[in-house]
Design a protein around this ligand. Structure first.
Ligand code: G3I
Length: 454
């Protein structure tokens, strides 16, 4: 990464006066998004569908930001207002508008103890677990190819010194609910980065160490997690060990993202610059999102924690942020990003995507399952033989009493006994030795045998 300097260029006027002209380097960005992009990062904002008719708001949005997060519109209460009946209209308003303008879309949030629809708040145990996994599967499938990163699970750790999980209806379905959610998200959308997101984890403390231990455990067991979001709702600035904390997570092999940045207090401008510098110092810190555009758009009413004032004017914090984005740092290292799921070995013994094509038969299939008391999700990997595939079928035999309730990236024929899964339109063609994956959710015990493939 090139360091940038303001150049002092002396120019002699005819009158003999010496004038010092400050020239901005030709490649310094003049907007937040463009400046962040120069080091391979994004600079995003949380936006609200209800404000998209405000031209001051959209003017700033489209000038300054190259990524958006729906502030509320992709949450569980918004997307699944009644069970298994989905409404993507407000989420789509945000996502489609952004994609049409070349802005990336960060997905927020698949599972959270807050903003659950009323029907889910009243559920518990296996019924809630199944409903939650179904939600993850359906929403991640719907936004596949549109959302580049998902907050799969939001705010699952307790505040205070325990370093443990927060009590919630989701937590009471079993400690493995988070990994079940990540596995379901991966199966539904193998291309999106899957993040855990939380607040008060910005410095090294008991809560962030609890999250750190979970991520380390997930990485060691092959639970698919790609990134950790640090919300960074701050006062005055980040804690002194902010960068060190981000770095210890990056060292686990995940990306880190600043996901909901806002800063109240009199040192706000310096605080924003410190956050940007910390992110830019870390090759795996891939982007920053501020939680709103103007102070009047912020959830922190009266604290004025954003980069633009109520009228949409740039604040001192804007200038310090832009200067820090144009300042020194390291580029995002594409080589350190996680490979897509199709080549990410899961916990089971699936062969890597680069395995030689199986000899003879047209395809082989392997299965990995994530089971809990009363239900399971399964991910099946189909590997084409040396002739490649133009359409495929995989047969999975379920134990007696088990039934398939949901399928993604395949069509199921039957739901009990031996279920035949057939490719859908976009994954029937598989090159020699290449793989494709589909998944399903079921009730009862998980299948234990190896699927057949033809
Ligand atoms: O849209 C309704 C409106 O119809 C109704 O009249 C009004 C009455 O209260 O409520 C409106 O919905 C509110 C919604 O924001 C949209 O403004 C909800 O009550 C309110 O609870 C909701 O607050 C959101 C909050 O999450 C919910 O916990 C904030 O906008 C949103 O900024 C905030 O975002 C969270 C992140 O998702 C997770 N991290 C923390 C962050 C800040 O709390």
């Amino acid at each position: 990464m090139k360091r940038r300097h303001w150049l002092a260029v002396p120019a002699t006027l005819a009158a003999g006066l010496l004038l010092v002209v400050f020239v901005r380097p030709a490649d310094a960005g003049t907007t937040l998004g463009a400046s962040a992009a120069e080091s391979g990062r994004y600079f995003g904002a949380a936006i609200a569908a209800g404000r998209l008719s405000d031209s001051v708001y959209t003017g700033i949005l489209d000038r300054e930001f190259n990524s958006v997060t729906a502030e509320n519109e992709m949450k569980w209460d918004a997307t699944e207002p009644s069970q298994n009946s989905f409404n993507y209209s407000r989420g789509d308003q945000i996502a489609n508008r952004a994609l049409a303008r070349g802005q990336k879309v960060r997905g927020h949030a698949l599972l959270w103890h807050q903003q659950q629809p009323g029907w889910a708040q009243g559920m518990s145990g296996t019924a809630l677990r199944n409903a939650a996994i179904n939600h993850v599967t359906k929403v991640a499938t719907y936004y596949r190819g549109k959302v580049f990163a998902w907050d799969v699970v939001n705010e699952a750790f307790a505040d205070g010194g325990s370093g443990g999980r927060r009590d919630s209806n989701l937590q009471r379905t079993g400690n493995d609910w988070i990994e079940a959610a990540f596995r379901a998200a991966r199966a539904a959308d193998p291309t999106a980065k899957l993040c855990y997101n939380d607040y008060n984890t910005d410095g090294i403390n008991a809560k962030s160490t609890g999250v750190y231990n979970m991520v380390r455990d997930f990485r060691s067991r092959g639970v698919p997690i790609d990134c950790v979001g640090f919300q960074s709702h701050l006062t005055n600035g980040p804690p002194s060990d902010y960068q060190a904390n981000l770095q210890r997570f990056a060292d686990l092999g995940v990306d880190v993202q600043i996901t909901e940045l806002d800063i109240a207090g009199s040192s706000q401008a310096n605080g924003f610059a410190s956050v940007v510098r910390a992110c830019k110092a870390i090759a795996r810190c891939t982007g920053i999102t501020v939680w709103g555009i103007r102070d009047s758009d912020s959830w922190r009413t009266g604290e004025n924690p954003l980069l633009f004032d109520n009228s949409g004017n740039k604040k001192a914090a804007y200038t310090s942020t832009l200067n820090a984005l144009n300042g020194s740092g390291v580029p995002v290292s594409p080589g350190t990003s996680n490979p897509p799921a199709s080549s990410n070995p899961p916990a089971s013994s699936n062969p890597p995507a680069s395995s030689p094509p199986p000899a003879g038969g047209s395809c082989t299939a392997t299965i990995s399952v994530n089971a809990w008391n009363g239900g399971f999700t399964a991910s099946v990997r189909v590997t084409a033989g040396s002739g490649g595939l133009n359409g495929w079928r995989a047969n999975v035999t379920l134990p007696s009493g088990s039934a398939v309730t949901n399928t993604w990236n395949a069509t199921a024929s039957g739901s009990t006994g031996t279920v035949v899964f057939t490719n859908v339109s976009y994954n029937g063609t598989v090159g020699a030795g290449q793989t494709t994956e589909f998944g399903f959710q079921g009730t009862g015990s998980a299948p234990s045998g190896t699927p057949t493939c033809s």
